[in-house]
Design a protein around this ligand. Structure first.
Ligand SMILES: [Zn+2]
Length: 300
């Protein structure tokens, strides 16, 4: 790993988290409210100011909560105000930082971080699943982030797991996200939030326990599909929903075995909980920015 200082920023719907990596370690970290209601320019100014406070750095990566096109223009951000779509985010950031900025999706950043420095370190191939307000994900193949066309790879949350199921925000029916996100679990548990559902489940509430188990089984279906396609050695499950631990992971594992046990080499594929917590997005952004900077010097 390079000794060069790599800045990583995770722009989330509620918080901006900034980390500085050096020699494969987080040497600085900071977090501020996003305050998205103040407008795009103001949020980007705050983000750059937070990064600059760490001094000099050789590369910058920024994780965003949604989709951008190949020119770094925002396409879809479910947790930011609509004005963010159509904004040339990369250009505005590069003007402010006065150096190249690598953008990536937050699910990709999570997966890259966990694959290199977290729960899947040492694994060459890994699939990441982040279950929170939505369900995101990413792929690391051959030790590198697999971005796909315009960074659209790895959207495990929009895999169809129930034919003609509930309508998803993306327009499809029966997406994993409609069954395993925090809000989906809260709905079927009859609670206001996922945290309430989890607390109820821990008290033994049968409706809440079943809501979490059901999400686990649907995750198991989606992960079985991914595992049969890619045979990664690790599948990392993170995000707020993963706080349910075995209440989620046991039914997930049983379903995975039922669906993929005969064909997939499950004895060499481990489903693990994420380790890096809220820092994963910033760490992944920093790693991606550093990778891009190296690619720019050594093409290929
Ligand atoms: Zn969907």
């Amino acid at each position: 790993m390079s000794s060069r200082r790599a800045l990583g920023i995770d722009l989330g719907g509620t918080h901006i988290k900034v980390v500085l990596l050096q020699n494969g370690r987080v040497v600085e970290k900071r977090s501020r409210l996003t305050s998205a209601e103040e407008g795009v320019e103001s949020v980007l100014d705050r983000l750059v100011e937070l990064g600059r406070a760490f001094g000099e750095f050789a590369s910058v990566g920024v994780a965003v909560p949604g989709l951008v096109d190949q020119d770094g223009v925002g396409l879809l951000f479910p947790n930011l105000p609509p004005e963010w779509s159509g904004v040339s985010i990369r250009r505005l950031l590069e003007q402010r930082f006065d150096q190249p900025v690598a953008l990536l999706n937050d699910g990709h950043a999570f997966t890259l971080a966990e694959a290199r420095m977290g729960a899947a370190r040492g694994a060459t191939n890994a699939v990441g699943v982040v279950c929170g307000t939505g369900v995101g994900g990413g792929l690391v193949l051959g030790g590198r982030l697999w971005e796909g066309i315009d960074g659209r790879a790895g959207e495990i949350g929009h895999q169809t797991v129930v034919a003609d199921g509930t309508l998803c925000g993306c327009g499809n029916r029966g997406c994993l996200e409609t069954l395993a996100s925090g809000p989906a679990i809260a709905r079927s548990a009859g609670t206001a939030t996922f945290d309430h559902a989890l607390a109820a489940a821990r008290r033994g509430d049968s409706m809440a326990l079943e809501a979490i188990a059901s999400a686990g089984r649907y995750l198991g279906i989606a992960i079985a599909n991914a595992v049969l396609l890619l045979t990664p050695s690790r599948v990392i499950v993170g995000g707020g929903v993963a706080e349910a631990g075995d209440l989620l992971l046991d039914p997930l594992g049983e379903e995975l075995k039922r669906r993929a046990g005969a064909v997939g080499p499950l004895d060499r594929i481990r489903v693990v909980r994420a380790e890096l917590g809220p820092l994963a997005g910033g760490v992944g952004a920093a790693l991606h920015g550093a990778d891009r900077a190296i690619d720019a010097v050594v093409p290929g």
